[in-house]
Design a protein around this ligand. Structure first.
Ligand code: ADP
Ligand code: MG
Length: 300
């Protein structure tokens, strides 16, 4: 179990006053007794009995699990089981869809992520997101990376240094350092995805959510992103949704297997967490038959 004090959060004094609100140094263990997710003390995010509704349709039900710091947590499961819905709950991205609501709780370092005094924009800065299709802005490479710091009102000592540092961390600097003024859209798909990772990193998040970040990429570019993810977990906590089980097995420390269950009335399918465990265990000796059927290709 990781040491909770090892969680890297900048000291309070380094943060402007409006950021201190969201910062709670104590790490509170999840109080949930739900069996699937195994609450742990060092969690960065603690999800408790989370359900998410599109209108009256409950897309995911009673998800309880923790996300541990400096680990890669993979979310796998068949199409439509609610993986994207779930990951978008972790940074309040879902609430941008009208007519939706959440039930249950998500704690971020013990603080209620959906609490009334929490600013969702600040949440999305701390907990960034990279999407399936690389989506650089139609701006220069430099401006793509500087965009987040600018709109967030960050005043780095040197924007040039922040841009370079972010591109370095995203393993893209060497490929673009001589063409920072060129459009982000001029890059290859794999480079564009690393640019999006650099853009995400530039606002100094703690958690990076990735929803199938490699599904639009060729195997070489995929490999590059997988290597990068493993480097990034030194500095960040990563949650990745992937439909590629080999990818989950290669990169993640823990894996959550979701599936879609037919509701009692037989009318709808709703996503549930079947089990979460060390990745090695999920792929060798899963506890639940449904996981075994999925990973051996009997279903899904
Ligand atoms: N914006 C939306 N409005 C209504 N239903 C949605 C919306 N997005 C997803 N859903 C539904 O929620 C369920 C889960 O979808 P999703 O989270 O995208 O699954 P996955 O990422 O595992 O494929 C599906 O039944 C899907 O049709
Ligand atoms: Mg999805």
């Amino acid at each position: 179990m990781p040491d909770p004090s090892a969680t890297v959060v900048p000291p309070v004094t380094d943060l402007p006053a409006d950021e201190r609100r969201l910062r709670r140094p104590e790490v509170r263990p999840s109080t949930s007794t739900e069996p699937q997710g195994r609450p742990t003390a060092g969690a960065v995010l603690g999800v408790e009995r989370l359900s998410f509704y599109y209108g009256s349709f409950r897309a995911i039900r009673d998800i309880t699990m923790d996300v541990e710091g400096h680990q890669i947590t993979a979310v796998i499961g068949p199409s439509g089981c609610g993986k994207s819905t779930f990951i978008r709950c972790l940074n309040r991205m879902n609430e941008l869809t009208p007519g939706t609501h959440v039930e249950g709780r998500i704690h971020y370092h013990g603080q209620d992520l959906y609490g009334p005094d929490v600013d969702p924009i600040e949440v999305r800065r701390r907990i960034g997101m990279v999407f399936q299709k690389p989506n650089p802005f139609p701006k220069s490479i430099y401006d793509n990376v500087a965009f987040g710091p600018r709109v967030n009102g960050m005043k780095p000592a040197s924007m040039d240094d922040l841009v370079e540092e972010s591109l370095q961390k995203a393993a893209l600097w060497d490929e673009v350092k001589d063409k920072l003024k060129k459009s982000g859209l001029s890059l290859s798909g794999g480079q564009q995805q690393r640019l999006c990772i650099a853009r995400c990193i530039a606002v100094r998040p703690e958690v990076i959510l990735m929803d199938e970040p490699c599904s639009a990429l060729d195997p070489l570019a995929t490999n590059r992103i997988e290597e990068l993810m493993i480097e990034l977990k030194r500095d960040y906590t990563i949650v990745i949704v992937t439909h590629n089980m080999q990818q989950a097995a290669r990169v993640s420390d823990r894996t959550a297997f979701f599936t879609a269950e037919v509701t009692k009335d037989g009318q709808e399918r709703t996503g549930v967490l079947v089990e979460l465990d060390r990745t090695e265990r999920i792929f060798t000796t899963p506890a639940d038959r449904r996981t075994e059927d999925y990973i051996t290709g009997r279903f899904g």
